[in-house]
Design a binder for this molecule. Structure first.
Ligand code: PA5
Length: 308
């Protein structure tokens, strides 16, 4: 199975399977959460930061943890493959600093280190691409943190054929264009960008409100490419953000750029976030299909890692 099938057919099953992961581990008290990982394995950190409002959460995409990580920190070391050098280095540092560590991985060196250091780790299924494994990377963390995801009512939303149809239409509009993805929730636009990068293999801009009104908006003065904008709004957006989105849309349209709007409704913040992101994953694999690109292959990333 490749990324196309995993995103279009297996994604809700992945959420179902992941539902029990992480429940068996009890955490000691902590006052700060670091989520250490790279690429698709780091994204859960950004999502947790949006959802968990009672404790500071920081995603660390680097070789080292911040100086203030200490014995009272919970460090979730996430690497799908278990072989990512930056993440392994952060694991070593967390161990030296005596942080509370839990790892999430499908195997590799990280699982071996955890076994020899007696560090608990959550073993997720292997054989999937990290970017198609979001359910397996994220759900265990939210279970660990006792976050109630109400997953039962998410599956049908993922399987919704209208969502898929809209993503196909959007992929057609994006063909040959440089996507500009704008949302009020930074990890949502970022997930779209990375999915379009890795699956459709195209460059994409991603930004969030209100920040983009303070810099990126100036880029519309001297257009140097064929752009297509996607605005993703969320039920939780405050009035001023709604106004910023509306105005930005008007300005962009005046510059001759077409816009698709995705307005996410619903009471459950976690579900909205997942569907906003999933729409990006679907669009990216449909665009890959239209472009005759295999979304599973990531030759440049793999070759780069080898050359390093
Ligand atoms: O989507 C991908 O394949 C990448 O972004 C990887 O997640 C990234 O290179 C890190 O690898 P891993 O997730 O195995 O730690």
């Amino acid at each position: 199975m490749g990324v196309y099938e995993d995103i279009t057919e297996n994604f809700s099953k992945f959420f179902r399977d992941a539902n029990e992961f992480g429940r068996e581990i009890s955490l000691k008290p902590f006052n700060y959460i670091f989520i250490a990982g790279m690429g698709a394995s780091a994204l859960p950190g950004d999502v947790v930061k949006v959802l968990k409002k009672d404790v500071p959460v920081e995603t660390v995409r680097s070789y080292s943890l911040p100086k203030y990580a200490n014995e009272e920190s919970l460090v979730l070391v996430v690497s799908y493959s278990g072989n990512t050098e930056e993440t392994l280095q952060m694991y070593n540092e967390a161990l030296r600093k005596k942080c509370q560590i839990i790892a999430i991985t499908s195997g590799g060196k990280l699982s071996q280190k955890c076994l020899s250091d007696s560090i608990p780790y959550i073993k997720i299924p292997s054989g999937i691409q990290p970017r198609a494994s979001l359910p397996y990377l994220l759900v265990p963390i939210l279970n660990l943190l006792n976050y109630d995801m109400q997953l039962d009512s998410l599956y049908a939303q993922i399987e919704n054929s209208i969502l898929k149809g809209k993503a196909k239409e959007l992929a057609e509009k994006l063909q040959g264009k440089i996507p500009l993805i704008y949302s009020s929730i930074p990890p949502v636009s970022y997930r779209w960008k990375t999915q379009l990068n890795e699956n459709a293999k195209i460059h994409t801009f991603a930004n969030a409100f209100p920040e983009l009104n303070h810099n990126e908006i100036e880029g519309f003065e001297n257009l140097n490419g064929e752009y297509y904008a996607v605005f993703i709004s969320d039920e939780g957006d405050i009035v001023r953000i709604k106004k910023r989105m509306q105005l930005t849309k008007e300005i962009i349209k005046e510059k001759g750029i077409d816009v698709t709007e995705i307005a996410m409704k619903g009471r459950n913040e976690f579900h909205r976030l997942m569907i906003e992101m999933y729409a990006g994953s679907l669009t990216s694999v449909y665009l890959a299909e239209l472009n005759g690109t295999d979304p599973t292959q990531i030759d440049l990333i793999e070759n780069f890692k080898k050359r390093l």
